[in-house]
Design a protein. Sequence first.
Length: 117
Amino acid sequence: MDDLVAWMRADLTAAMRARDRTTTAVLRAALGAVANAESVPVREAGRPAADGPVAGAVTGVGATEAPRRVLSAADVVAVLRAERDERLAAADQLAAAGSSGAADELRGTAALLERYL
């Protein structure tokens, strides 16, 4: 997983330096989706306090930190496939509605994700 995410982050930096807005937006969204997949449900993050100024609040050192899941490379690829498939489905809907320019743009962004699959 680390190699793929590191590759995407390096490409994001290059796209930002080149002022390539489309690639920058696609990579930011994809890296955000990966970060969201690493998150854990709130109820697993800590033990709530039974009493105190705010009932149910988590207290103590590191109370604001949430643990993260460690994703395998296959998990990251699955997240990226889902992002690509979502874009392709939206492009098909736009094309069916007669918005071929926007559909082509979405297909282009899906193609950008293909290189990481």
